[in-house]
Design a binder for this molecule. Structure first.
Ligand code: ATP
Ligand code: MG
Length: 242
């Protein structure tokens, strides 16, 4: 199992103590594409942040590739995240002084890949997300949708085992949003990327093979709508050898 969430709890202290996640148990196999849905305030982002190790649980644990991620030391954790996880969050975290290509290549540089390899891979990914003609643009010179596509390319540069996305299409127009949906579907079906994504978008839930519904910090339904994608057709998005 690629991801196991076991008895996860999250409380927030303060004047009004809040119990946000209540005994969450969730498993995600390789090549699955899971859409997490539920009303505002249900705890979706909190769960994603804990899985991605940006936030710590109050109780329970998260195993990714059998590693208990919240018990790794800071150095090992940074390494683990860099190598195995990709993130696409709503607030784009692109570095403003770097070009699109430099932003995408950054995680590969951090994992000490040679510059030329990292740049080549970044260029390929930017082509795949339709930004071949924006390689040298800085984030301030790109539209919101284009920045989100740069984010996605960056999340994929180290070929993560697990892609975590929090409403990746929330700020995009319908057309761009459809492009991202298409791309995520292809990444899953053709490259076998495992995806866990929070979304309100109908089209995106339709594309996912499994839909988990969240309410008040609990999972209230877990439906599989398609068999786990077989990555038999690995041509269109297959990156060149690195
Ligand atoms: N740092 C924090 N301290 C206290 N409460 C918090 C904190 N972060 C989140 N919350 C509360 O936890 C609840 C769940 O928030 P979360 O962001 O996980 O919801 P969500 O399901 O992602 O909602 P949305 O669809 O609006 O993004 C909210 O009621 C929020 O007020
Ligand atoms: Mg949220």
């Amino acid at each position: 199992m690629l991801l196991k969430v076991e008895n996860l709890d999250k409380h927030f202290g303060g004047a009004v103590p809040l119990h946000i996640l209540r005994d969450i148990n969730l498993e995600l196999a390789e090549r699955e594409f899971l859409a997490l849905v539920g009303p505002s305030g249900a705890g979706k982002t909190t769960l994603l942040n804990i899985i991605s190790t940006l936030d710590a649980p109050t109780g329970g644990r998260v195993l990714i590739k059998d590693v208990d991620v919240h018990h790794l030391g800071q150095h090992a954790l940074n390494r683990f995240r860099n190598r195995h996880l990709g993130f696409v969050f709503q607030d784009d975290l692109l570095l403003p002084h770097l070009t699109a290509m430099e932003n995408v290549a950054l995680p590969a540089r951090i994992s000490r890949r040679p510059t030329r390899q990292a740049s080549r891979r970044a260029e390929e990914l930017l082509e795949q997300v339709g930004l071949a003609d924006r390689l040298k643009h800085r984030p301030g010179e790109l539209s919101g949708g284009q920045r989100q596509r740069v984010n996605l390319a960056r999340a994929l540069v180290n070929e993560p085992a697990l892609l975590l996305a929090d409403e990746p299409t929330a700020r995009l127009d319908q057309e761009t949003s459809r492009g991202i949906v298409q791309l995520l579907g292809e990444l899953n079906e053709q490259l076998g990327v495992t995806i866990l994504m929070v979304t309100h978008e109908r089209e995106l839930t339709d594309r996912a093979g499994r839909v988990v519904e969240f309410l008040d910090g609990r999972i209230i339904s877990d439906r599989r709508t398609k068999p786990v994608g077989s990555a038999s057709n690995r041509k269109a998005l297959q990156p060149a050898n690195m």
